[in-house]
Design a protein around this ligand. Structure first.
Ligand SMILES: Cc1cc2nc3c(=O)[nH]c(=O)nc-3n(C[C@H](O)[C@H](O)[C@H](O)COP(=O)(O)OP(=O)(O)OC[C@H]3O[C@@H](n4cnc5c(N)ncnc54)[C@H](O)[C@@H]3O)c2cc1C
Length: 394
């Protein structure tokens, strides 16, 4: 779409974006309308695999992979592109958004810190949708407190031997490989962690439990019992794992905010449709000022979230550190989306809680986004500490 045809009030016209982003947004919207009208939810694993394959064939997964030599769309990951893809997919299907997001999050550490050999081996298949990726950071006793992780990687000759557990791992059970963060012990806390790529068929790695959640996605607890990986499977250098995890999250945390924004936009569209059509008390629901105030509040929340999401994405694409901005975006957009979706459920009345309606599905989809990749409270701490640090350095 040429930029001249774009309504300047549309968010995509804002100066955070370039014309290539505008073309991308139009392209993914058209694709999603054609391909995501009926995503099956009876067999989540099969649905997820099929979505990854489809997204790969269409070329959308290339945006989450860094390096054109490795199947990526550009030499670095274009955060604004990933955000626009997630925002649009989330409007149409939470599972499609998840499928795209996990390919990027699960391979992000390889794009950022992999050797040429590691990138050549994994990334082209991720970009084509032929290999499913996963990001294994959380543990039963190390969620928000990531640095408390206990999974141990012990050096033994040319290998590392992994023992311990990871949990809440998205794509767990269907992934072809896991980027696993483990304690190698160079220093206490965060400075003693390294990152490894572990193939799913590595002896000693098993799926200890599949986990069901309110918005079903493939999710598992992993057990490592003497799982042996070659030293060449390490990403970056020993002790650098925590930094690699945080750099990966700096990109994908902003995209969680973008997915929240997509869910919220869909909720407003659903709310508007109901307000404009539902007859009551001799009027239409939208005729009442209480309804208009509700819709106005939803729109305000969405626009403020959009500004924060696009700012963080744009700033990262300028090569800047976005720790504070990404935290603000995720915090505001996920909490805001929850409120917007709740308002849409209210507008739909009884149908708002009927299983399978769009707003009911959104209500379940949004909840986990306020928890994963750093709960809201963690984002608040990041912002607060960053403010104090800046103040001390002023
Ligand atoms: C659907 C889903 C998918 C996930 N996918 C992945 C994945 O692919 N890979 C992965 O590694 N992990 C994944 N996770 C794990 C996720 O990142 C963790 O659940 C999250 O970090 C919170 O950890 P926890 O569940 O152990 O909660 P806890 O750390 O026990 O935190 C519980 C609550 O405490 C509060 N809290 C936290 N810190 C503070 C504080 N400093 N002060 C006050 N309150 C605080 C927050 O409200 C938080 O929700 C996923 C989780 C879910 C639900």
């Amino acid at each position: 779409m040429a930029s001249a045809e774009i309504n300047p009030h549309d968010a995509i016209a804002w100066p955070f974006f370039e014309d290539r982003h505008r073309a991308l947004a139009a392209g993914i919207e058209a694709w999603a309308r054609e391909h995501l009208a009926h995503v099956p939810h009876d067999d989540i694993d099969a649905a997820c695999r099929a979505l990854v394959r489809k997204l790969g064939e269409a070329g959308w997964l290339r945006y989450g992979v860094g390096g054109t030599a490795y199947g990526g769309h550009g030499d670095t990951i274009d955060t604004r592109a990933v955000c626009l893809l997630r925002e649009t997919l989330a409007k149409h299907s939470g599972l499609a958004d998840f499928a795209l997001a996990m390919q990027g999050l699960g391979s992000g550490a390889i794009s950022l810190a992999g050797t040429d050999a590691q990138k050549s081996h994994y990334l082209p298949r991720v970009a084509r949708g032929e290999a499913l990726a996963a990001f294994a950071l959380s543990e039963p006793d190390a969620g928000s407190d990531v640095a408390a992780m206990a999974l141990a990687a012990r050096a033994e000759g040319d290998d590392y031997v992994l023992d311990g557990e990871k949990t809440w791992i998205s794509n767990g059970g269907i992934a072809d490989f896991y980027v696993v963060f483990a304690r190698t012990g160079e220093a206490p806390g965060a400075r003693g962690i390294s990152a490894f790529v572990v193939d799913a068929d590595t002896p000693g790695l098993e799926i200890a439990e599949r986990i069901d959640v309110i918005a079903p996605h493939p999710l598992a607890r992993l057990r490592f019992a003497g799982a042996r990986v070659k030293r060449s499977q390490m990403l970056g250098v020993p002790g650098e794992g925590f930094k690699i995890a945080m750099r990966t999250l700096d990109i994908f945390r902003t995209s969680v905010a973008a997915a929240s924004l997509g869910f919220a936009r869909r909720a407003l569209a659903e709310g508007l449709a109901r307000a404009a059509s539902r007859k009551m008390f001799g009027h239409t629901l939208g005729d009442f000022q209480l309804t208009q105030a509700k819709l106005a509040q939803m729109a305000l929340t969405i626009d403020s979230s959009a500004l924060l999401v696009y700012r963080a994405a744009w700033l990262r694409d300028q090569g800047e550190s976005v720790t504070r901005e990404a935290a603000m975006a995720k915090w505001h957009a996920s909490e805001g989306a929850q409120q917007v979706i709740d308002a849409a459920v209210q507008l739909w009345g009884g149908m708002g809680v009927q299983s399978g309606t769009a707003v009911e599905m959104l209500y379940r989809e949004i909840r986990a986004l306020r928890i994963y990749e750093g709960a809201t409270e963690v984002q608040q701490l990041i912002v607060g500490r960053d403010l104090l640090k800046a103040h001390a350095g002023a």
